[in-house]
Design a protein around this ligand. Structure first.
Ligand SMILES: [Zn+2]
Length: 296
C-alpha cells in the first residue's frame, strides 16, 4: 500500500502537470458497484457534476491522501460569502488504497485495465485513476462536508517530516498512548502517513521491538524512534518510494526503496545487522517483522 513516501513522490510528480489546469470533461466507470465503492462522497453523478469545469489550484499530500483544492464553481467567483472573498473550499481528495494509481496520460494512450476514472484537462492530457483491487477512494467537497460524511478523517495526526513535528511534540504524543509501538505508528490520528512498511523499518532502526508499550519507552528510545521515523521516510522519498505490490510513481516508474528495506517482507531471512533469522508475527492486525537480537 502506498504510504507517505510513495504518495509524496506521486504528488511531486503530478504537480507541474496538474496545477492551474481546468477539468474539461470526465468519465467514471459505468459499473455501478465500482462507482459506489470508488466515489465515497458525494454520489458518483454528483462527483462528476461538481468537478466538471473546475480548475486544480494546487496539489498537496496530507498523510496518505492526495489533496487538490479547486477554484470556486463557475458563476460563484465574485459572490462574497460571509462578507468576504468566496474561496469555494472544495477539494478533490484521493486515497490510493492498496493498488491505486493516479497518473497523467496522453489521450490517445489506451487506458490500462481497471481504469475507473478519466479527466480530460485543458492542457490536452488526461488524468486517470486505475485500481485493480478497488480499495482506493475519490471524494470531492469542502473539508467540513467530507468530515461530516466520514469521507475524510476528522482527526489526522501531525506530519512526521518536513519539520512539522518537533521532538518534544512527538514525546508528548507517544507518552500519552498506552499501546504497542506498532499500533501507535499505524494509527493515523497519532501520526499521518506511516503504514506497515515504515512502521517496521522505523522500529528496527530504533532497536525497539514493535510490541513494546509506548509509555514504557525510555527517553533515549523515544528519541531514537523519532529520528528513525524521519530517516526511513526521508530516505524512501529520496529513492522515490518502495515498489511493493504494484506501486509506481507519477510517471509509471518503480521506486527503488524496496531494495533498501531492512526488515519489511524479510521474515525468516537473516538480519542484515546480526544474521539472526528475522521474526515474523502479527501485531495490530498486521504482519510484523523484527529482529529478536537487535530489537529490545
Ligand atoms: Zn539483528
Amino acid at each position: 500500500m502506498p504510504e507517505l513516501p510513495e504518495v509524496e513522490t506521486i504528488v511531486n510528480d503530478l504537480r507541474p502537470q496538474l496545477v492551474g489546469r481546468r477539468i474539461e470533461s470526465l468519465q467514471l466507470t459505468r459499473d455501478p458497484a465500482i462507482r459506489a465503492r470508488l466515489v465515497r462522497y458525494p454520489s458518483a453523478n454528483a462527483f462528476v457534476r461538481r468537478l466538471r469545469g473546475r480548475m486544480i489550484m494546487s496539489i498537496q499530500r496530507r498523510g496518505k491522501y492526495i489533496v487538490m483544492p479547486l477554484d470556486p464553481p463557475a458563476g460563484e467567483q465574485n459572490l462574497p460569502a460571509n462578507g468576504g472573498v468566496h474561496p469555494s473550499g472544495d477539494r478533490v481528495i484521493v486515497h490510493l488504497g492498496m493498488t491505486g494509481h493516479l497518473r497523467v496520460w496522453e489521450p490517445e494512450e489506451a487506458p490500462v485495465k481497471h481504469t475507473h476514472f478519466r479527466a480530460l484537462l485543458d492542457s490536452g492530457v488526461e488524468l486517470r485513476y486505475d485500481d485493480p483491487r478497488q480499495f482506493g477512494r475519490l471524494v470531492v467537497g469542502t473539508l467540513d462536508e467530507l468530515i461530516a460524511a466520514r469521507a475524510f478523517p476528522a482527526r489526522l495526526g501531525p506530519e512526521p517530516i518536513h519539520g512539522d513535528l518537533t521532538e518534544a511534540e512527538f514525546e508528548r504524543l507517544i507518552r500519552a498512548r498506552r499501546r504497542p509501538v506498532k499500533s501507535a505508528l499505524l494509527d493515523q490520528s497519532f501520526l499521518a502517513g506511516v503504514g506497515n512498511i515504515y512502521a517496521d523499518e522505523a522500529c528496527f532502526r530504533a532497536g525497539i521491538r514493535p510490541s513494546r508499550w509506548t509509555h514504557r519507552l525510555t527517553v533515549r528510545e523515544r528519541r531514537s524512534l523519532y529520528a528513525a521515523i524521519q530517516d526511513v521516510l526521508e530516505n524512501s522519498i529520496a529513492a522515490r518510494g518502495s515498489s511493493i505490490i504494484n506501486y509506481v510513481d507519477g510517471f509509471g516508474l518503480r521506486g527503488s526503496n524496496q531494495e533498501k528495506l531492512l526488515v519489511y517482507g524479510r521474515s525468516g531471512q537473516p538480519c542484515l545487522k546480526c544474521g539472526t533469522p528475522l521474526q515474523g508475527t502479527r501485531l495490530a492486525g498486521r504482519g510484523t517483522v523484527y529482529c529478536r537480537t537487535c530489537q529490545r
